[in-house]
Design a protein around this ligand. Structure first.
Ligand SMILES: [Zn+2]
Length: 150
């Protein structure tokens, strides 16, 4: 059994986030607020990957991420993989992709934007081809991977 199989196989119920670039692992761990979890959390980095060379992986017991939580991750790092496990069975395996719209995920970089001056949700449209997000209110664009989150 390979190292990766061991890490995934031990989970009864929970989620695995895989294919994390090694330089993004701790950013992702912080975004997920893993320090607040009480059930077992496994963090691996610099694991061998046939696809990426080296990669990071996070495994959390008893946690199923919401779409909102996953879109926060996708803004920082597109193309990670999510595996959901229930009763030791993989019930879902997919790429964590950016949705077309991000509601209250991204903070607008324009200081005079209304979203930075009124108590309201931010709203960004995503252009995956250009790798940009654009504020619905002021039109300011930001590059995916270099974005401030709410
Ligand atoms: Zn704006």
């Amino acid at each position: 059994m390979k190292n990766k199989d061991l890490l995934v196989a031990a989970l009864q119920n929970g989620s695995v986030i895989d294919h994390i670039p090694t330089d993004k692992l701790f950013t992702i761990a912080r975004l997920l607020e893993l320090e607040k979890f009480v059930e077992p959390v496994t963090i691996g980095n610099n694991l061998e990957s046939s696809k990426m060379g080296k990669k990071g992986l996070i495994k959390v017991s008893g946690k199923f991420f919401t779409d909102q939580e996953l879109s926060r991750l996708a803004v920082v790092c597109p193309d990670m993989q999510l595996t959901v496990i229930r009763d030791y069975e993989v019930v879902e395996k997919r790429e964590i992709t950016l949705p077309a719209k991000l509601i209250n995920v991204v903070k607008c970089a324009n200081p005079v934007c209304i979203t930075n001056n009124e108590p309201m949700k931010t709203y960004f449209e995503v252009d995956k081809l250009k790798g940009m997000v654009q504020c619905h209110y002021c039109g300011k664009t930001q590059k995916i991977g270099k974005i401030n989150l709410m």
